[in-house]
Design a protein around this ligand. Structure first.
Ligand code: GLA
Length: 729
């Protein structure tokens, strides 16, 4: 609900459990007055205190009033060069070369429904949303800044985006345009939580108290990256899973980003989230606009668990475009880890044939089926079937797979080009790269200049021929390197600062096109595993390959970190052969299955090489997953332990929305002799209901949540356990 106090220019956004407020003051400076647990309202500007602070200057309208400074007041969208020395939200440069932005509130607009952002992913939905637009302007340059707010009451979700329009008469260069600025003026003793890592070990949770100055994570790789995720949390020092105030902020964007927090001289905190200003410069001719990506905020007064569940619901219901919405997604088998580039049609059919009797429903043919692609040095860009491997093309292969009762899926990497490809020989200038400089290879490949429409069109035309040649139900859209040599032959020198962003806009445009042209195809995102696991990609690809690391033990951490923002139904997870290729570790098929089914669930191995006993295990896992699909994929998710604590076990739980069913899963850590007994307290159950556990004895919900469940002593490392609970009355 949005409440306006027009006289005092106070704008209050209420969600079910939170309240957010701004106010334009007597100088039309837009102040941020509150964000936190839901309150009744009123004008919260009484919280703001004024004092003369040395070295903090005063705007001219304030005259000699030295207690009024932009440097100390909580700003809704911070400016630069005119008195606020903290992190700026915006920087622009008119032709005189100045870099001054003095934004003042002009007017507002209230709309039913959700705003949309042309060419950019954004949360969507109907009348359950409300939109507020606040217009501000820098009088000298006539740069207009519109702040967009979307309010989704039931999920405590507030989205923000910014549109900058040049209303003046000369060209302006926009050098920075954050999606979100959030000032906290309550001296909160906050921690900053980020999700960091590297290829094959993504989204490790890192938590540190704020210290004076700026602390940040960012990506300048052209992707949101394996290294830092564009989702961060600010929280009370004492906040935990089930208690304490926390604020989660996700950027709905897949390119370079910056997430920064500044702890100021007055021990206030400012959070900034948006496109990274590194090599960003967007020229706005008179009348032109630039739209920032969207940022999404959830505040939880009761810990991380509630924050995550609200993000999960909102992402599932109001962000992803799932062609199978309301239906079960197929359990898949992928040939990558089994064959890499070396396979024949017979081999693929063999793998599929070994999977079909176990209940596996989709066969995915990974990298290596096209062009001259026998290793990772060639072929990218040549999107036609390699008939030496697959005689007769997909027209011959796909019916054989379908005859097994399975769907067929295919791997592509549209953004890439190999130097050893027909496409490169014909169009060497289509790869990103500055004239006269050698090009930097990544995984032995170059990147296509996706900021150019003719490049995207050509690649898509070739891919369409493949998609049209057979019955294809699934596409894995991969992207296997960070961007370098970011320079486009299609833009003048003055506009090279637009290439990073234009590249990702090009990716979005093509994904959107494919989604619309093939509305029945499920697209899985992938970037060398989880290098672009972000809310932007999820808009187009309802699931994303979480990591190239399929080791079940490492996955406990990767999937735990991922779950802080992103739902289980988005996390690509497969059980693979052991010893694991990334870690050399061997764990049981039971453990691999329990971990992988806390994701989209599939297998990535040649089941012909699997023992009969393991096949029986797989058959049971697949049947169990299908039976409890809704609970596992769409249930409310509870983290019961933190795998980074190296405790005796890692446990998590899904609870159905009506709380009549729950699934508890657990994997032990490394065992020690004379182990103590442990009791696991469950969460999210209905205290008044009685639950039957694994078809056996019954226990009241309040007992299971407070007294808990005694865990047996399990010998051997990394053993799994699952408890299925169903209400009996
Ligand atoms: C990336 C993906 C893998 C696989 C390979 C194929 O690494 O993450 O799953 O598709 O590419 O080259």
């Amino acid at each position: 609900m949005i409440v306006l106090d027009k006289t005092n220019k106070v704008f209050t956004l209420h969600t079910q459990n939170t309240t957010y407020q701004m106010k334009a003051d007597q100088y039309n400076v837009l102040l941020h007055t509150y964000y936190g647990p839901r309150i009744s309202g009123g004008d919260l500007s009484y919280l703001i205190q004024y004092a003369d602070r040395g070295a903090s200057p005063n705007p001219s309208e304030a005259g000699h009033r030295r207690d009024y400074s932009l440097d100390t007041l909580p700003q809704e969208y911070s400016t630069c060069g005119v008195g606020d020395f903290r992190l700026p939200s915006i920087e622009f440069e008119p032709e005189d070369g100045s870099c001054l932005a003095d934004l003042r509130y002009v007017d507002y607009e209230l709309r039913k429904g959700k705003y949309s952002l042309e060419g950019l992913p954004a949360f969507w939905g109907g009348s359950e949303w409300e939109t507020l637009v606040l217009r501000m302007e820098d009088i000298s340059t006539q740069m207009q800044v519109e702040l967009y707010y979307g309010v989704l009451d039931r999920y405590d979700l507030i989205t923000r985006a910014v549109r900058v329009t040049n209303l003046g008469t000369e060209r302006v260069r926009l050098r920075r345009c954050a999606s979100l600025c959030l000032d906290f003026q309550d001296n909160g003793d906050y921690d900053f939580i980020t999700f960091d890592g590297c290829h094959a070990l993504e989204r490790n949770l890192n938590r540190a108290p704020l210290r004076p100055g700026v602390q940040s994570v960012e990506s300048v790789r052209g992707t949101s990256s394996h290294h830092h995720n564009p989702f961060v949390i600010l929280c009370d020092h004492s906040a935990g899973e089930d208690h304490g105030l926390c604020y989660g902020a996700a950027l709905v964007y897949s390119g370079n980003f910056l997430a920064a927090v500044e702890r100021t001289q007055l021990e206030h905190n400012r959070l900034l989230l948006g496109i990274n200003p590194y090599h960003f410069c967007w020229t706005l001719a008179p009348g032109e606009s630039f739209t920032s990506p969207e940022a999404a905020l959830v505040c939880s007064p009761s810990g991380f668990g509630q924050m995550s569940r609200q993000f999960h619901r909102a992402i599932r219901d109001n962000l992803i475009h799932d062609p199978l919405r309301g239906r079960r997604r197929p359990v898949l088998i992928n040939n990558w880890e089994a064959t890499e580039f070396t396979f024949s049609a017979e081999k693929l059919v063999d793998i599929a044939a070994s999977a079909a009797p176990l209940g596996i429903e989709l066969f995915v043919m990974d990298d290596g089926w096209f062009g001259k692609r026998d290793d990772d040095c060639g072929g990218l860009g040549d999107w036609y079937v390699n008939e030496e491997k697959l005689p007769g093309g997909l027209e011959a292969l796909v019916p054989r797979i379908r005859a097994l009762g399975m769907q067929f899926g295919i791997w592509i990497e549209p953004e890439m080009i190999s130097e050893d490809s027909d496409l490169y020989r014909a169009h060497p200038d289509w790869a990103l790269g500055a004239p006269g400089r050698p090009r930097t290879r990544g995984r032995s490949q170059l990147t296509l200049d996706f900021s150019r429409k003719e490049v995207r069109d050509r690649v898509y035309a070739d891919i369409r021929k493949v998609l049209d040649s057979a019955e294809i139900s699934y596409v894995k859209w991969d992207m296997n390197r960070s961007l370098t040599d970011v320079w486009s032959a299609a833009l003048p020198a003055s506009r090279q600062g637009e290439v990073f962003h234009r590249y990702i806009l090009g990716v979005y445009e093509l994904l959107d096109q494919m989604r619309r042209d093939y509305p029945h195809i499920l697209i899985e995102g992938c970037t060398g595993g989880g290098g672009r696991f972000d809310a932007g990609m999820l808009y187009y690809t309802p699931q994303i390959w979480c990591s190239d690391n399929t080791d079940a033990v490492d996955r406990l951490r990767i999937q735990y970190g991922t779950s802080f923002c992103y739902p289980i139904s988005t996390m690509g997870a497969h059980a693979s052969a052991v010893p694991n290729g990334q870690t050399g570790r061997s764990v049981s098929m039971e453990t691999r299955g329990v971990v992988a089914m806390t994701g989209t669930f599939g297998y990535e191995m040649d089941l012909n090489e699997t023992s009969q006993e393991e096949k029986e295990v797989i058959k049971r896992q697949v049947a169990f997953f299908k039976e409890h699909y809704d609970l596992i994929q769409n249930g409310d998710y509870y983290r019961l332990t933190d795998p980074f604590q190296n405790g005796p076990f890692t446990a998590w739980e899904q609870v159905s929305p009506d709380r009549r069913e729950a699934l508890v899963s657990l994997v032990t850590g490394t065992v020690h002799a004379s182990a103590p007994f442990h009791t696991l307290r469950l969460k999210g159950l209905d205290p008044a209901l009685t639950y039957q556990v694994n078809g056996g004895d019954t226990y009241p919900g309040d007992v299971l949540m407070n007294a808990g469940w005694p865990l047996p002593i399990i010998l051997d490392d990394y053993q799994p356990m699952q408890l299925y609970l169903s209400a009996v009355q």
